[in-house]
Design a binder for this molecule. Sequence first.
Ligand SMILES: [Zn+2]
Ligand SMILES: [Zn+2]
Length: 82
Amino acid sequence: MKHGAWAYSHGQCRCDECRAGWRAWQLRSNDNRAARLAVDPTLAPHGKRSTYTNWRCRCDPCRAAQSAWFAAYSARRKAAVS
Ligand SMILES: [Zn+2]
Ligand SMILES: [Zn+2]
């Protein structure tokens, strides 16, 4: 089997080489995505948490969506604990 991002993403291996390969691949693809979205804003709708996390968009509407999600998430967690 070949080690690297592919083996990691298919859940077949978690060795150092695969983890490093996966990380490098993710960094690359995330960089590309952020750059592509900057060039073409129609690729992802702003004001959505998925755009914040998946596209790494940090515009005001996307940041607001992320904080709204996080507030709801924290509230749920607190409710679950108590
Ligand atoms: Zn491996
Ligand atoms: Zn945005």
